[in-house]
Design a protein around this ligand. Structure first.
Ligand SMILES: [Zn+2]
Length: 146
C-alpha cells in the first residue's frame, strides 16, 4: 500500500522502532514519539496552527469592489411600510454599509443601511418577485450593481 507508506513519516519510524522493541511496544512508541518522530509531530502541530491563523476570522458576505460598468440601483427612502420584514441574507457587520435582502409580503427588496457615528441612514429598493431580486442581490454582491 503506497498510500499507507507515504501517509506519514512517523508511521514508518515507529514501525522501524517496533521491529527492534517488539516486547515493549507502547514504551518504544513513546520513546520514538519523544525522539525521532517529534519533528514529524511538531510539523503536524504547526500545520494546524498555521491553518487556524491563515483562516480569516468569522465574517459574513462582503460586497465585491464596484465594477466600472454597473447597474445603478434606485434607492428609495426607507418607508417602513411593512411590519413583517424578514431578513433573508445580509452582508458583513464589519462594514459601515450593510445590505440586507429582505422578504415582506411575498416580495423581496434590498435594504441598505449606512452607519455613521451615531446615526443610521436606511434606503430600500423597489419590491420585486423573488427571482428578480435574488438576481439583483447577486449582482450587488459581485459589484455589478450598487
Ligand atoms: Zn467582515
Amino acid at each position: 500500500m503506497p498510500g499507507a507508506m507515504c501517509r506519514s513519516d512517523s508511521t514508518g519510524r515507529s514501525g522501524a522502532a517496533g521491529k527492534s522493541g517488539a516486547a515493549g511496544k507502547s514504551g518504544a512508541a513513546r520513546s520514538v514519539s519523544r525522539g525521532t518522530s517529534s519533528r514529524g509531530r511538531g510539523s503536524a502541530k504547526s500545520r494546524d496552527r498555521r491553518a487556524i491563523t491563515d483562516a480569516p476570522p468569522y465574517h459574513g458576505i462582503h460586497v465585491a469592489p464596484l465594477q466600472p460598468e454597473h447597474e445603478k440601483i434606485r434607492w428609495l427612502k426607507d418607508t417602513r411600510r411593512s411590519d413583517r420584514v424578514r431578513v433573508r441574507k445580509h452582508t458583513c457587520d464589519c462594514m459601515a454599509t450593510i445590505y440586507e435582502l429582505c422578504y415582506a409580503g411575498g416580495l423581496l427588496f434590498i435594504r441598505r443601511t449606512i452607519r455613521e457615528l451615531d446615526s443610521r441612514v436606511a434606503h430600500e429598493t423597489d419590491r420585486l418577485i423573488t427571482v428578480r431580486m435574488e438576481d439583483l442581490w447577486m449582482r450587488l454582491i459581485l459589484g455589478q450593481a450598487r
